[in-house]
Design a protein around this ligand. Sequence first.
Ligand SMILES: *[C@@H]1O[C@H](CO)[C@@H](O)[C@H](O)[C@H]1NC(C)=O
Ligand SMILES: *[C@@H]1O[C@H](CO)[C@@H](O)[C@H](O)[C@H]1NC(C)=O
Ligand SMILES: *[C@@H]1O[C@H](CO)[C@@H](O)[C@H](O)[C@H]1NC(C)=O
Length: 345
Amino acid sequence: MQWTTLFTLALAAPSSALVRFHCSQLVTERLDPLVQPGEVPSTHVHQIVGGNAFNATMDPKMDMPGESTCTSCQFSDDFSNYWTAVLYFRAQNGSYKRVPQLGNNQFRTANGGLTVYYMQDAIYDQQQLSKVTAFQPGFRMFIGDVNARSLEEAARFRQLTYTCLDTFVTRSPETIAFPNRKCKEGIMTSLRFPTCWDGKNLDSPNHMDHMSYPETGTFESGGPCPATHPVRTAQVMFEVVWDTKPFNDLEWPADGSNPFVWSFGDATGYANHADYVFGWKDDSLQQILDYPCHFMTNCSESGAKMQSVEAMNKCTQQVMVEEDIDSWLPALPGGYQAEYAHPSM
Ligand SMILES: *[C@@H]1O[C@H](CO)[C@@H](O)[C@H](O)[C@H]1NC(C)=O
Ligand SMILES: *[C@@H]1O[C@H](CO)[C@@H](O)[C@H](O)[C@H]1NC(C)=O
Ligand SMILES: *[C@@H]1O[C@H](CO)[C@@H](O)[C@H](O)[C@H]1NC(C)=O
C-alpha cells in the first residue's frame, strides 16, 4: 500500500518536521467521556493518558489546563486526553488476561501509555514552510469503528494499523488486521487521525464528520484538503506498544487464529479505534507546530516546556470504576466475549 511506503520514508527522513513525545498511563478503566459521556461504567475498558482532569463527563467548555494539576505527557502544557481500548489475551480455556503495555522506543522507562505525534508537514516540505493549524479548546475527535469485523468495513479508515514487532524498533509492514503470528517483542498499534477540519465545528454527532482525510493521497504525501474541510491540521497519531511477549509461551489456537481480543470483543483487529480530546494550554500547541522541529532533538527550542519521564509517571488518577480488569477473567469487563466475525458472517 502506497501510504505505508510514504510513512516509512517520513520516518527515515531525519529532517521532516515531526513532534513526537510520550505520555505515561494516567488510568485504565471503563470510562469514555467522548462516546458515552456520563456513563459510569462505559461499555468497555480504555487506557487513558494526559491531563488529570479526565472524567466521565467532560463539558466542551471545561478548562482542561485549569482543572488539571498534572499531565502524564512529556510536554507539560499538554493537558489533552488521548485514549484507546485495551488488548486481552484469550486462553484456550476461554479465560482472558489483560495484555500489559510498554513505554515506546526511547521511552522505555515510561509507565506504559502511548506515544503521540503531531506531524507538522508532508515529507517533501521539510522546513515547515506550510502552516498547520492547531486545534482549539473544546475540540475532540474519534477515528475507527467499534463494529467493524471485516476488511471492507475497516477500509474507510486509511491508517489504523498493527505492526508485529520482531525487534522493538520494527516499523513495517503494517497490517489492518491483528498480526497472524507470534510477535517476538510485542505488537504495536498505530492510529492516525484525519487532517482536514471543517473550520467550524469542534465536534460532530459521530465525532468524525467535522474532520476529513485529504481529497487525494494522504497527509504524508501532501494531499489537498477538500473544500468542505479546508483547514489543514497536524496529523495526530498514536503508537501503542502491547507486551504480548509473555503470552507467546502459552497455548495458542490450533487453527492458527490470533488469540488477542480488544476489550469490546473484536478478535479480528478491524475495529481498532482512538479518541482525542484537545487540552493544550493557551497557544502552546500552535507555537510548537510553527517551529520546524524533529522528535526530541530540538522541539523544546520552540519554547515548549518539557517534563521528565519520572514526572510523567507520577501523574496518575484513582480509578472511578472499581472492578477487576487484571485477573484471568471468564469474560471481558462489561460481559463481552471474543467475536471473530459478525454473527451473520
Ligand atoms: C531541528 O533538528 C532537525 C534534525 O536534526 C533539523 O533538520 C532542523 O533544521 C532543526 N530545526 C531547527 C529550527 O533548528
Ligand atoms: C469528576 O467529576 C465529578 C462530578 O462532577 C467530581 O466530583 C470529581 O471531582 C471529578 N474528578 C476529577 C478527577 O476531576
Ligand atoms: C485458563 O488458562 C490460563 C492460561 O493457561 C490459566 O492461567 C488459567 O488459570 C486458566 N483458567 C481456568 C479457569 O482454568
